[in-house]
Design a protein. Structure first.
Length: 416
């Protein structure tokens, strides 16, 4: 019986060394989770045993090889498609054969069709979103970035201007010579529906007010000759209290309608743009433009991809625009120890793990994502080397029990 006891110890120690060796071999594998060998004793028992005694021990067995899903260190890489999970959760993958798998390895790539994939060709799954990153479905799909045609141009529809007009300025026509129209002015570039840039000039000239107790500034465009496009009316506190269009009709406060005519040759017809000047002021300080923006843009080519901590994939274009293109999903399990490892850092769902629960990074038990970084292996090399020495001693000790039993048997055989 001692031969079998010692042999079971040799087998268990050998299996432990295999596990330790695998941990050490994968110390630099991204997303790798270390394993440990868990042992259980073997006991012989017979039917009809009386009293409080127990059966004799007959060795040891490997009860299980358990993976340790503790957090690995986060290593900065600078590659925007490298993604680390800082906290709980797994990336959900669709493997080439169509089956679902899960991983902590965030070394993602982009294939020729713009799909985000792993090194084994599995597709990274996530939620579809609108262009600003709001999820539009709770059903996951393969994450894809449009890498083909450029994004289309968008015609300008709104201009926002924030500025101060000098309250000390005299009525332009009351001085000799009259104050030039271009004294107070600004310009902004807008875009037509084809993405062609069109410069727009706006000039402000102080005029005799139509209503007593107010100051009025007429707004002119940069045409030749300049055309009046509206008027701004300020009260004694310098606040904007009224706006009109070019014909003198009142408009919504701070809204001045403009008509933009593309330069020839162009098939684009004149189009309307609203200038929002609701934050204009008239204080006793120099004319100053503090903000000037518009919402149009020309077409743009893809120049980069970013992934934010919540998993939203954002594309950047050569025209300065950004657009959300999906949101990476995370999965978790009631019993992660029940997942079945299948190599390349991936796991399969099993009956023991329970079904996956999907969610978004940073919400509930799911960790945040870190773009441009990877989760290192959680293998502790120092600890593994100590474990290796311990397993080696156990192996030697079990071999010694077999050797001793052999010597005893030889002694018995040689009795005369």
């Amino acid at each position: 019986m001692s031969f079998q006891t010692g042999l079971s110890g040799l087998n268990a120690s050998s299996k432990s060394l295999d596990v330790i060796g695998n941990n050490i071999a994968n110390a630099n594998t991204v997303g790798m989770k270390s394993s440990r060998t868990e042992f259980a004793d073997l006991v012989a028992s017979t039917l009809g045993t009386s009293g409080g005694g127990t059966g004799a021990g007959i060795g040891v067995s490997v009860a299980t090889i358990a993976q340790q899903f503790s957090q690995g260190n986060i290593s900065i890489t600078g590659n925007s498609l490298d993604v680390a999970i800082n906290g709980g959760g797994f990336f959900q993958l669709t493997q080439p054969d169509g089956s679902m798998a899960y991983t902590r390895d965030g070394q993602f790539k982009m294939d020729k069709n713009g799909y985000i994939i792993t090194n084994t060709g599995a597709n990274v799954m996530g939620y579809p979103t609108d262009l600003v990153g709001n999820a539009t479905s709770i059903t996951t799909q393969k994450m894809q970035v449009p890498t083909g045609a450029p994004i289309a141009a968008q015609a300008t529809s709104n201009i926002t201007a924030e500025f101060n007009l000098d309250a000390r300025a005299k009525i332009a026509a009351s001085v000799v010579p009259p104050t030039p129209l271009t004294t107070y002015g600004t310009s902004v570039t807008v875009f037509d529906s084809q993405g062609v840039a069109i410069p727009v000039n706006l000039y402000f000239t102080k005029v005799t007010p139509a209503t007593a107790g107010t100051d009025q500034w007429d707004v002119y465009d940069g045409a030749t000759p300049p055309a009046k496009v509206g008027a701004l009316i300020f009260n004694a506190s310098g606040a904007l209290t009224g706006t009109t269009d070019g014909a003198g009709a009142a408009t919504a406060l701070g809204q001045i309608p403009l008509t933009i005519t593309p330069a020839a040759p162009s098939i684009v017809p004149p189009f309307s743009v609203t200038a929002n000047v609701s934050k204009a002021t008239e204080y006793g300080s120099a004319f100053n433009v503090s903000n000037l923006t518009q919402d149009g843009y020309t077409s743009g080519e893809l120049v980069g991809v970013n992934i934010d901590p919540s998993g939203v994939i954002t594309t950047r274009y050569s025209n300065g625009q950004t657009q959300a293109r999906g949101k990476i999903a995370l999965a978790d399990f009631r019993n992660v120890q029940g997942l079945a490892p299948v190599g390349s850092g991936t796991y399969l769902e099993t009956f023991a793990s329970g079904q996956s629960v999907l969610g978004s990074a940073g919400i509930g038990k799911f960790g945040e994502l870190r773009s441009g970084a990877l989760e290192e292996s959680n293998v502790d090399l120092t600890g593994e080397l100590v474990n290796m020495m311990t397993a080696q001693r156990n192996y030697q000790a079990n071999a010694q029990t077999i050797k001793t039993q052999d010597q005893i048997m030889s002694t018995l055989v040689n009795l005369r």
